[in-house]
Design a protein around this ligand. Structure first.
Ligand SMILES: [Cu+2]
Length: 629
């Protein structure tokens, strides 16, 4: 999963300029060799020399002036519009062996983790997804804003019907105003457990990072491995009402690491040189677990989260929730250290049920100065990680994330609010259907999860299609509660009745509404952290706290200056999170917990954002190959 840094391709622009100049001259300058030579010299010189040449030669060549103008314009357009990147994703079966178990997994192009999608800020991306498996599939471009292109967002039954067997769908979108690391994953049932991969968004041509240029960039993608079919696990759990079986290991770039059985060879190794800086692009693609991560004897500098640059800060341990990405700079030790270092990840867990309490490791290995000696007999140092339920560490760590909030990367935080929402998020129950036995809470009910006590039921056609074609009747309603219908002590003793309601209810927002949303965890069936992900938007995390949100006191402490801007944020276990955003992207947008078990239980809902008055504020028409249900 290593990548060499892609140098902005100036050469390519120069070639196109050169070709354009030759073409221009052959048409209008009667093959004036001297002019071609001038053009050739022009592109071979440094910018300062070119400026000089342009001013000293151009007045005597009016046609050349036009040529330069034309070509500079072309260059500017090329830089502003970006280019289009084409990919084909074949959804295929793929046999993989981990922990001495061979299993047929679902993958993209028989890769696990899947292929990297690389683009620059401003580029168009076209991905043809072809379904070669028996299951329905969709792909979500997690964190890509999809401005007016909601049809390409991907959550099944929200923005599209799934791609059926032997069918294909072309996802077509532009990456606007984002740079850093995101990722893509399947967005139907639990298929994302093996169908996922990184999205690398490089800065625009000729733009650099607002931090030290790394020698190398490396993607570190965390995942979860199941020895049995995850689809069977979730379908059984939904039937019995019990918590689903847990994973058998965590993985780093698809490899469990040497602490697991049969895995000493399946250990990710990162080879580094002393005295250099590396950019690690961390992605948590695990299904159900937030993860702590640390590298023995090393600190890293956090520089970006969810494709948004942050004020750099140093840390030796970090937390990453499913759905989040974190870019960190790793400065290696100045001299060969005579040791190797474990990089370890294990869960942060506050719930009541069982969870996979194992640790995945990779090895940070320094290149030996002599090049001949192996690092096999070196001491292997281990990092210390926070305790499993270290909620205090999590709160302190997440508070360190701050937007750059400078002239080049401003934080456009809504200072005033048009609409306030207060949503409880948490677990609950559904009663056991008559004449069946259930294995959920008290062995008499089924696990459920909800937002404002609504456990969201996915419709059988896509919400965005129903909305666009004016056919919402029987698909969804627009009466999602803006606050709990019956207030209670959310983080105190749970009420006697823990049943949720079930429905497909949405919130409708006029274009550009400034929204404040407080997400309040509940302690029904245990207080638990919920990494909430909003599609189609970044939001600002303006506040967080423990206990019940206090609407008269807490807003005074909101950070409206440099809050973190991101697409996934953890609602603290037994606490609350306040976010703000402008609803400036028309469409139907899913919001859900990124712990897939909670999503499956109904901790999800959808916003419908109406068109704005301008043409570029309207949802584009659906593509002709949009799948039908
Ligand atoms: Cu959750």
């Amino acid at each position: 999963m290593e990548m060499k840094i892609l140098v902005p391709n100036q050469q390519q622009s120069y070639i196109s300029l050169y070709i354009c100049s030759l073409a221009f001259c052959s048409h209008s300058c009667s093959s004036n060799l001297q002019q071609i030579k001038v053009a050739h010299n022009f592109f071979a010189k440094s910018p300062a020399e070119r400026k000089n040449m342009a001013t000293s030669h151009l007045p005597s060549f009016p046609s050349m002036a036009m040529l330069f103008f034309f070509c500079v314009l072309l260059l500017l357009l090329e830089n502003a519009a970006g280019k289009t990147r084409h990919y084909t994703f074949n959804i295929q079966y793929h046999n993989v062996t981990r922990l001495c178990h061979t299993r047929t997994i679902l993958s993209v192009n028989r890769q696990f983790p899947g292929p990297r999608l690389v683009a620059r800020e401003g580029d168009g991306v076209i991905v043809k997804v072809v379904n070669h498996i028996a299951e329905n599939v969709t792909i979500h471009w997690h964190g890509v804003r999809q401005l007016t292109t909601g049809w390409a967002d991907g959550p099944s039954y929200v923005t599209q019907c799934p791609i059926q067997t032997n069918q294909s769908y072309i996802y077509n979108f532009t990456i606007t105003g984002q740079r850093g690391t995101l990722w893509w994953h399947a967005h139907i049932s639990w298929l994302r457990v093996t169908i996922h991969g990184p999205i690398i968004i490089l800065p625009k041509r000729n733009e650099s990072y607002p931090f030290e240029k790394p020698l190398k960039e490396v993607t570190i993608m965390f995942g979860e491995w199941f020895n049995t079919d995850p689809e069977a696990i979730i379908s059984q759990a939904l039937q019995t009402g019990a918590g689903p079986n847990i994973s058998d290991s965590y993985t780093i770039n698809g490899l469990p690491g040497l602490l697991y059985n049969c895995s000493s060879k399946d250990t990710y190794k990162l080879k580094v040189k002393p005295g250099k800086t590396y950019l690690l692009r961390l992605i948590n693609a695990a299904l159900n677990d937030e993860l702590f991560f640390s590298i023995a004897n090393h600190t890293v500098t956090v520089v970006e989260g969810d494709a948004v640059y942050v004020k750099p800060f140093e840390t030796d341990k970090l937390l990453i929730t499913p759905g989040q990405t974190t870019n960190v700079l790793l400065k290696t030790k100045p001299e060969f250290p005579n040791a190797s270092f474990l990089m370890a990840a294990r869960p942060y867990f506050t719930g009541r049920g069982s969870f996979d309490n194992s640790t995945t490791v990779g090895i940070l290995e320094y290149e030996h100065p002599s090049h001949h000696k192996s690092s096999k007999n070196l001491t292997l140092l281990q990092p210390t990680l926070p305790s499993i339920n270290a909620t205090g560490f999590v709160a302190n760590f997440t508070r360190k994330f701050r937007s750059l909030a400078n002239a080049k990367f401003p934080a456009n935080v809504p200072k005033t609010v048009d609409k306030k929402f207060f949503f409880t998020v948490g677990l609950g129950t559904n009663p056991c259907p008559k004449n069946t036995t259930c294995q959920g809470p008290n062995n008499s009910s089924k696990f459920a999860a909800s937002v404002n006590n609504v456990s969201f039921q996915l419709p059988s056609v896509a919400i965005l299609q129903a909305y666009y074609f004016g056919q919402s009747n029987g698909v969804y309603t627009t009466d999602f509660p803006t606050q709990p219908l019956i207030p209670f002590n959310y983080t105190g003793t749970a009420p006697n009745n823990t049943n949720v309601s079930n429905g497909t209810r949405t919130v409708v927002l006029p274009f550009n509404t400034s929204v404040e949303l407080v997400l309040q965890d509940t302690s029904i069936l245990g207080a638990e952290s919920h990494p909430l992900h909003l599609h189609g938007y970044n939001f600002f995390v303006v506040g967080q706290g423990f206990g019940n949100f206090n609407a008269s006191k807490d807003p005074a402490n909101f950070n409206l200056v440099d809050p973190m801007e991101r697409n996934t944020a953890g609602v603290p276990a037994g606490g609350w999170l306040a976010i703000r955003f402008f609803a400036d992207n028309p469409g139907a947008w899913f919001m859900h917990c990124h712990l897939d078990v909670h999503t499956s239980w109904g901790l999800r809902m959808a916003w419908i954002v109406l068109d704005g008055p301008q043409p570029n504020q309207k949802l584009q028409p659906p593509p002709s190959d949009l799948p039908q249900c």
